[in-house]
Design a protein around this ligand. Sequence first.
Ligand code: B1M
Length: 217
Amino acid sequence: MDEIFMDTRLSEISAFLQQGRAAKVKDCVQQALDAGIPPEEILEKGLMDGMNTVGQDFKQNKVFVPEVLIAARAMTKGIEVLRPYLVAEGIEEKGTVVIGTVKGDLHDIGKNLVHMMMEGKGLRVIDLGVDVSVEQYLDAAQEYNADVIVCSALLTTTMSEMKAVMDAVKASPLAGKVKVMIGGAPVTQAYCDIIGADCYTPDAASAADAALAFCMQ
Ligand code: B1M
């Protein structure tokens, strides 16, 4: 494929996302797919590129919460179009994952991507949504006989909830049976080591690989 053509299409998606133009983002993502641009490229160089720019602008007070929210909605619309291309349908389930964004945290775009990539690997994903308490993670893990609990956090102020989940799992009958994976923009391998979680991954694709590996153990 012509690289200039591809870069132009992806820059267009990024720009429309930054402007919060959901319908345009949706159309452009579909057009890019129809033109044969790989879904992973559309996700990373189109949608995520746009959202990263919005994040930087937000940090520098160039845009504010309403604009960020509108951009986030546009991103969700774009991801909806990509979903069938990223998730393989009708494959045998290889394990069960309970996922959620930790208590106090309402960011869900990254968590939804992790969800989608894990489904794409043939995992059954129980999504508890956002603002998930320690008890909700543990109850769901028990109810669905989960292999893995996945915690996402986007705020430095909510990361400590991951330690609370870890401590609760260690003190419960799930200890040794369920793996706890953590991730999200402020989370690091060093933090994972400190709280004794089983795994940290920086992105959704590697989270899906790691969860699958735990389920196949
Ligand atoms: Co918020 N926000 N936000 N926000 N927001 C950030 C996170 C921030 C970094 C912006 C900034 O200052 N530059 C900042 C946090 C600062 C900090 O804590 N250090 C921030 C802030 C301050 C806030 C509020 C406090 C603002 C306010 O009200 N004054 C508020 C908090 C609300 C709350 O949660 N209680 C708030 C609100 C919002 C919106 C509601 C407007 C909206 C969220 C909408 C939604 O999610 N439905 C929003 C958004 C969109 C952002 C930014 C701009 C983008 C986040 C995003 O969706 N990125 C963000 C800035 C940024 O991150 N650049 C920001 C795209 C997404 C694909 O990436 O979620 O990182 P991400 O996921 C990645 C990886 O992290 C990883 O995989 C994904 C891709 O591969 N990953 C995992 C995620 N979870 C994983 C779990 C895993 C593994 C990997 O488990 C194994």
